[in-house]
Design a protein around this ligand. Structure first.
Ligand code: ATP
Ligand code: MN
Ligand code: MN
Length: 307
């Protein structure tokens, strides 16, 4: 689908109409993965990224000189971004507004790659109704040394709990160590309800199996356990976007998977950009359930209280 990049006189390349400077700059040291490779990945994944991450405020993990240089996490707009990247004013927690960036088309994501973006992180709501999350997410964070099998079975247990509550969930391997379990939501409730629900469920699971789970962020209490990070479900918080490359050795990609597939997967960081290229020819496990909007009801909440 992606045509060979056009050569430009200034040594830059062009992807999806966006100028890519220093296309040959190696992003991950001694990996051969260049800035151009990254831009082309975001071009190939662009339609899906637009469907999933489009119209959501973005936080970017940038490494303008590659991973051997400085990296930083950017929540607000800054100068120099191409026109394909949109800006929106959003009310901040402590009053005033902040300027956030978002994309509405594939070129926007490619333009961010031009700005040295490696990772895209997304809000749980979209710019048109910023106070109505449409995504519930549990970020399963295993303690150092905890095996993949434990993390994976935690994802299945969480899925089953959600199902008992009448909520149908999907899974994504993060490209790091963990799994994100997510639920597409009708935009019926505000952040308080969604965060409150996720917090209670995380605590229910931690109280039922204190040897396996914790629901508090404290690293000390995590020892040998999985932190059920429900704190992504808060206004202004983000989680890594599906199809984002990760700023970790080898450039693994965050990839939505079917549950049947997760059962057979051997790790959370095994999808390379090359592997994802092939997956883009198949239906997306995220998008196939994205329209099946779920709702936290009184029934959901009262059943949760009974646990
Ligand atoms: P893993 O599976 O390895 O845990 P992850 O993407 O879930 O990968 P976390 O460390 O659990 O990584 O991070 C959870 C989320 O917190 C990130 O996806 C991101 O949106 C947010 N986050 C990460 N780093 C920062 C940062 N420096 N500043 C603000 N938010 C961050
Ligand atoms: Mn995590
Ligand atoms: Mn986390």
């Amino acid at each position: 689908k992606t045509p060979e990049p056009k050569a430009r006189r200034d040594g830059a390349a062009e992807v999806a109409g966006q100028r890519i400077s220093s296309p040959d700059r190696e992003v991950f040291p001694s990996s051969g993965c260049t800035k151009l490779d990254l831009a082309r990945h975001y071009d190939r994944a662009g339609e899906r990224l637009t469907a999933i991450a489009g119209h959501r405020p973005l936080s970017l993990l940038r490494a303008p000189k590659g991973m051997s240089g400085q990296t930083f996490f950017q929540k607000h707009a800054s100068d120099g971004f191409p026109d394909a990247v949109e800006e929106v004013e959003i009310e901040e927690k402590n009053g005033g507004t902040g300027t956030y960036i978002y994309a509405t088309r594939p070129e926007g994501f490619v333009a961010c790659a031009q700005m040295g973006t490696i990772e895209f992180h997304i809000w749980g709501s979209r710019t048109d109704r910023i106070d109505r999350p449409d995504r519930l997410i549990f970020d399963l964070d295993p303690d150092e040394g905890l095996g993949w099998a434990d993390t994976r079975s935690a994802a299945f247990d969480l899925r089953d709990r959600l199902e008992d509550l009448g909520l149908s969930a999907g899974a994504m391997v993060t490209g790091g160590k963990g799994v994100h379990v997510w639920v597409p939501l009708r935009r019926a409730h505000g952040w308080d309800t969604v965060k409150g629900f996720s917090k209670t469920l995380a605590h229910v699971m931690a109280e039922a199996e204190p040897d396996r789970f914790v629901a508090t962020m404290s690293k000390a209490r995590r020892k040998g356990r999985i932190f059920i990070d429900y704190l992504r479900n808060e206004r202004g918080q983000t989680a890594v976007s599906p199809y984002s490359v990760r700023a970790r050795q080898g450039g693994p990609v965050a990839v939505p998977v079917e549950w049947a597939e997760l059962k057979r997967l051997d790790g959370a960081n095994l999808f390379t950009m090359g592997a994802v290229k092939e997956r883009l020819e198949e239906p997306c496990p995220y998008l196939t359930r994205a329209d099946d909007l779920q709702q936290i009801t009184r029934g959901t909440l009262s059943k949760l209280e009974d646990w």
